[in-house]
Design a protein around this ligand. Structure first.
Ligand code: NAD
Length: 274
């Protein structure tokens, strides 16, 4: 399967669909990552706090795929925010991954109460200048947090990775990103599966297009221009989730999926978490 790329504000190409490894235990992550690479995924999303960077690195090394053909993302955990602690945490992530650079490094949460995300972002700029983080971005940032980075620093994040699925389409943030050249990356793109994927509208669209509800939702992300990183540890679903580039949803159907908005999050509130 050929996955199209999104061009980041650094000029780098990022696959529009990637594989997320949240909640896959360290000792179980190698096989699913290998299955994803075999299925055609080239982008892998991990984080220091997932505790599985070492396994992701091992799967990459054992896959035999050239480093330049992969797009690896990891994230700085909240307890390491601050200038010096960020530089140290980044070195540790690279070491666990067994890599000498990552394609994208993200601040995992703003943790505004701690008031360290601006200093953290300055350390990210240094890592970017050194070429060890080819692109730098943020995750779970609200408009207010992004505006503060614009006011106090010179580099616009390449990506904001946010909770985004049909129950939480994030129209305001997506418009703000578009205005400022920030790519929107959707975490929990399937709303974590249960509930959302049993929705009746999605079931009827699945029947109409001869696809599964998960494929309908992922295709909706693609047509909105989002980057999506669905997670599954099941080989058949790993394959299913990348088979979304051989059909197209009609515009009305895209709108019907966006109308599933409830505003209910599956994850924490970015304004208060951490
Ligand atoms: P998801 O929306 O990708 O849902 C995953 C779950 O959906 C699976 O565990 C499975 O139960 C189900 N599922 C997957 N494929 C399916 C299919 N084809 N048919 C039926 N059910 C299916 O949720 P997620 O794992 O929370 O998010 C994906 C990735 O996003 C994570 O692995 C992680 O990389 C990233 N993430 C980032 C943050 C952040 O704060 N930046 C937070 C959560 C997740």
């Amino acid at each position: 399967t050929q996955v199209p790329n999104i061009t980041l504000n650094t000029g780098a190409a990022m696959p529009q669909l990637g594989y997320g490894v949240f909640q896959i235990p360290a000792d179980q992550v190698v096989e699913p990552v290998k299955a994803a690479l075999e299925a055609g995924y080239r982008s892998i999303d991990t984080a220091a706090v997932y505790g599985n960077e070492e396994g992701v690195g091992r799967a990459i090394a054992e896959s035999g795929i050239k480093r330049e053909d992969l797009f690896v993302t990891t994230k700085l955990w909240n307890d390491a925010q601050g200038y010096d602690s960020t530089l140290k945490a980044f070195d540790e992530s690279l070491q666990r991954l067994g890599l000498d650079y990552v394609d994208l490094y993200l601040i995992h949460w703003p943790v505004a109460a701690k008031d360290e995300y601006v200093n953290t972002w300055k350390a990210f700029q240094k890592l970017h200048e050194e070429g060890r983080a080819k692109a730098i971005g943020v995750s779970n940032f609200q408009v207010s947090h992004l505006k503060r980075l614009f006011d106090e620093t010179d580099v616009v994040p390449a990506v904001n990775q946010i909770e985004l699925h049909p129950n939480l389409p994030q129209a305001e943030l997506r418009a703000f990103h578009a205005e400022h050249g920030i790519a929107t990356e959707a975490w929990s793109p399937l709303g974590q599966g249960k509930g959302l994927l049993e929705d009746a509208t999605l079931a009827s669209l699945a029947e109409k297009y001869g696809k599964t509800p998960a494929q309908i939702v992922l295709r909706w992300h693609v047509q909105l221009g989002n980057i999506a990183i669905p997670k599954s540890a099941t080989p058949s679903r790993i394959k299913e989730n990348i088979q979304v580039f051989d059909f197209e949803l009609a515009e009305d159907d895209v709108k019907a999926i966006s109308a599933l908005e409830t505003g209910v999050r599956v994850g924490p509130d970015p304004d208060t978490f951490g």
